[in-house]
Design a protein around this ligand. Structure first.
Ligand code: PLP
Length: 393
């Protein structure tokens, strides 16, 4: 059967591929340490599980409105108000099947064939694929490692053409863990307003920041920017709820309405039970979340020191999310490999440590290491990578 042209160039998610390979090796009995995880390794807090059970028992197992239940929309509106000083009404918010599907739906309602969306590199793997599936062209805008992988207003101006429709900003970033300051967002926002470019602001890691830096939503900087931005967020990373699939988008009413119409013909609605679970997540002030953050912070400090101690590996210290994204080009060359992809494969085969090659994020000199696993495993993984690098010199 001939498949559609649309999926011809679709590549499987490189992060999921490496996690699957690591799982396979583990199943075969190998002592594999997977640094590919894109999700917190903590259980969803108990009170959320209980809220879901209660929702099921009380019959909340039917279709909901396509844009999500009103109670959860209101809780999300309160969250925006409290955390981001943003005021939305219920018709400016849609609840989706994970933040991933919020982005997918957004690009579908936004893009015509040939429209350009600026994607700063390194990028989260799904942005380019989703843009292409909607008929758009991802325009990769290389950021520099010296500038903490952040684009500048000058970079942005150069990438803009008459076809530019939107830009994706992701702060804190997957894969780099870097974040934009308020001043930097103001500068970028100014350029977007001047050129009438919609900002897709993916803020899914906003709750996982380990420095004194404050997360700022670009939509909160002015009423004009709010009108020109769709904020994407969700409970996957903040509440360790990746499997529940609850995300959301907030933005101009016309966009949200179109997304809701599209959702009514695609998912119908996000799972009713998961919506009630997310409601409990937002209605509680949960201490276990700060414990999770503390654990991530401790791991980052320890793991970062161990990884940057390895010859040929350099890295600016990330501020948020749960990844580090070191440049390994020197180690790769020193070890006699022609690419980081091959180097990563060899490390998995020889030392049974799964890293994600940066090529999937548009950054072939880097690798992404997740620290969403126990400290003992992180220490062991760093030891093995170091041994590999030293043994192949
Ligand atoms: N955006 C970024 C930057 C992510 O890293 C992820 C998940 O890995 C998502 C969005 C999607 O999250 P969700 O689980 O809510 O679909």
């Amino acid at each position: 059967m001939q498949l559609s042209k649309r999926v011809e160039t679709l590549t499987p998610s490189s992060t999921l591929a490496i996690t699957a390979k690591a799982k396979e090796l583990k199943k075969e009995g190998h002592d594999v340490i997977g640094l590919g995880a894109g999700e917190p390794d903590f259980n969803t807090p108990n009170y959320i599980l209980e809220a879901a059970a209660e929702a099921m028992k009380s019959g909340m197992t039917k279709y909901t409105p396509s844009g999500g239940i009103i109670e959860l929309k209101e809780a999300i509106i309160n969250k925006f108000q409290d955390d981001n000083q943003l005021r939305y009404s219920t018709d400016e918010v849609i609840i989706t099947t994970g933040a991933k599907h919020a982005l997918y739906t957004l690009f579908q309602v936004l893009l015509n064939d040939g429209d350009e969306v600026i994607v700063p590199t390194p990028y989260w793997v799904s942005y380019p694929e989703q843009i292409k599936l909607a008929g758009g062209n991802p325009i990769f805008l290389q950021s520099s490692e010296e500038n903490e992988f952040k684009i500048t207003p000058e970079d942005l101006k150069k990438a803009i053409t008459p076809k530019t429709k939107a830009i994706v900003l992701n702060s804190p970033s997957n894969p780099t863990g870097m974040m934009y300051s308020k001043g930097e967002l103001e500068e970028l926002g100014k350029v977007c307003l001047e050129h009438n470019i919609l900002i897709v602001s993916d803020e899914i890691y906003e709750k996982l920041i380990y420095t004194a830096d404050q997360h700022v939503s670009i939509a909160a900087l002015s009423p004009e920017l709010k009108e020109q931005t769709v904020v994407i967020n969700g409970v996957s990373k903040s509440h360790s709820m990746t499997g529940w699939r609850i995300g959301y988008a907030a933005g101009p009413q016309t966009i949200i309405k179109a997304m809701t119409n599209l959702a009514s013909h695609s998912t119908s609605n996000p799972t009713s039970i998961a919506q009630y679970a997310a409601l409990a997540a937002y209605e509680s002030n949960d201490a276990s979340l700060s414990k999770m953050k503390e654990a991530f912070s401790e791991r980052l400090n320890a793991f970062y020191d161990l990884i940057t101690d390895i010859p040929g590996i350099t890295c600016k210290k990330p501020k948020g999310a749960f990844y580090i994204f070191p440049n390994v080009s020197e180690a790769v060359a020193m070890n006699g490999f022609s690419s980081a992809d091959d180097w990563v494969k060899a490390i998995l085969e020889e030392e049974k440590v799964a890293l994600v090659p940066g090529s999937g994020f548009g950054s072939p000199e880097n690798v992404r290491l997740s620290y969403a696993l126990g400290l003992d495993d992180l220490v062991e993984a760093a030891k093995r990578i170091k041994r590999f690098v030293e043994n192949h010199q």
